[in-house]
Ligand binder design. Structure first.
Ligand code: ADP
Ligand code: MG
Length: 286
C-alpha cells in the first residue's frame, strides 16, 4: 500500500504546479542522479526569430523569404512558425500542391509546381544539394529549388530565463549529471551547454538518436534518470525515462500521456520544485 503521506505530497505538488501521476514517481524523484533535457521549448523559449536572410544569385531577400514561408506554412514546428511570421503576408496556399514534413530534417513541398526543400545540412546532403560553408550564430535553414541551392535563413532561439539558475540548483541539490539532447547544430548546442553549465550536450540528433543516446545514459546511471521535454516529437524518450517530465501542461495530449510528471507552466525552475516537494513528502512519510 502507498503511505498516506504520498497523497498529501501529490496534493502539495499540484498546488505548486507539479502534477504527479502516482506516489511511486514522487518517491522515485528522491533517487534522481541524472537529469536529461530536450533543448527547444524546454531550456530555450522555442520561439525562433529570423535573424539573417541570405539569398543566392539574383534572388532578393524578400523572394527567398516568400518561398521559405510558403514551404513552411503547413508545419507547426517552431522554426516554421518563425519564418511564416517574419514574412508576415497572407499566403495563397493553393500555390502549394504537395507537402511533406521530414522529422529532424525539414520540409519538402511543391510551390508553383517546383520542388523546394527547406531544412538543415543533413537534408541538403540527403538530396544531393551542394551548399556553401556558412557560419552564423544560429540555426541555418537551407533552401533548394529544383535541386539547386537558392539561399539560407538564420533563425535563433533564446535561452529561457531561469534555465541557468535551474541547472545550478540541481547541482546544489546533489544531482550528479545534467545533459541536453538536441537535433540542432553542434555550435548552437554547445554554446547553450556552456552558457548553462550543463555536464554533457548531444547535438544533431535525429528523433531515433535521442532514444538511443538516452538508453546509453540510462545504462550509465545507477540512480534514477529523468527526461524533461515539451512532448513535441520527444514522446518516445519521455516513455524511456524512469521519470518522464513534460512542461507546459496545456501542451499536447501526447506529451501528457507519455509523461509521469507534468509541470503546469514551462518554467524550468518547476523541476527543482518537483524535487523539493518529493523530498519534503519523504520526510513527512518516514
Ligand atoms: P529539436 O531537437 O531542437 O527539438 P527537431 O528534431 O525538431 O529539433 O529538428 C532538428 C533540426 O531539423 C532543426 O534544428 C532544423 O535544423 C531541422 N528542422 C526540423 N524541422 C524543420 C522545419 N520545419 N523547417 C526547417 N528546418 C527544420
Ligand atoms: Mg523538440
Amino acid at each position: 500500500s502507498i503511505p498516506l503521506g504520498f497523497f498529501g505530497g501529490i496534493g502539495g505538488a499540484s498546488r505548486r504546479g507539479v502534477l504527479v501521476k502516482g506516489g511511486n514517481y514522487l518517491e522515485a524523484l528522491n533517487e534522481v542522479e541524472t537529469v536529461v533535457f530536450d533543448k527547444t521549448g524546454t531550456l530555450t523559449e522555442g520561439r525562433f526569430t529570423v535573424t539573417r536572410i541570405l539569398p543566392e544569385g539574383d534572388l532578393s531577400e524578400s523572394e527567398l523569404l516568400e518561398k521559405a514561408s510558403y514551404v513552411e506554412s503547413f508545419s507547426s514546428h517552431p522554426i516554421s512558425l518563425s519564418i511564416v511570421s517574419a514574412y508576415g503576408k497572407e499566403l495563397d496556399r493553393g500555390r502549394i500542391s504537395s507537402y511533406e514534413e521530414i522529422a529532424g530534417h525539414g520540409i519538402k513541398a511543391a510551390l508553383d509546381g517546383k520542388i523546394i526543400f527547406a531544412g538543415n545540412k543533413r537534408l541538403m546532403e540527403k538530396e544531393g544539394v551542394t551548399v556553401p560553408q556558412l557560419s552564423f550564430g544560429g540555426t541555418l535553414v537551407y533552401l533548394s529549388e529544383g535541386g539547386q541551392y537558392i539561399g539560407a535563413l538564420v533563425v535563433s532561439d533564446t535561452i529561457k530565463s531561469g534555465a541557468q539558475e535551474t541547472i545550478r540548483a540541481l547541482k546544489d541539490m546533489g544531482i550528479r549529471k545534467t545533459v541536453m539532447l538536441t537535433g540542432d547544430l553542434k555550435q548552437v548546442g554547445e554554446e547553450i551547454g556552456t552558457a548553462l553549465g550543463l555536464d554533457e550536450v548531444y547535438t544533431e540528433l535525429l528523433p531515433q538518436d535521442k532514444v538511443s543516446v538516452f538508453e546509453r545514459l540510462k545504462k550509465e546511471t545507477s540512480g534514477k534518470i529523468v527526461f524533461v521535454g515539451d512532448g513535441i516529437n520527444d514522446a518516445p524518450v519521455l516513455a524511456q525515462a524512469d521519470i518522464g517530465i513534460s512542461m507546459g501542461a496545456l501542451g499536447s495530449d501526447a506529451a501528457i500521456e507519455a509523461s509521469d510528471v507534468v509541470l503546469m507552466t514551462d518554467e524550468p525552475m518547476r523541476i527543482v520544485t518537483a524535487l523539493k516537494v518529493a523530498k519534503r513528502t519523504r520526510s513527512i512519510v518516514w
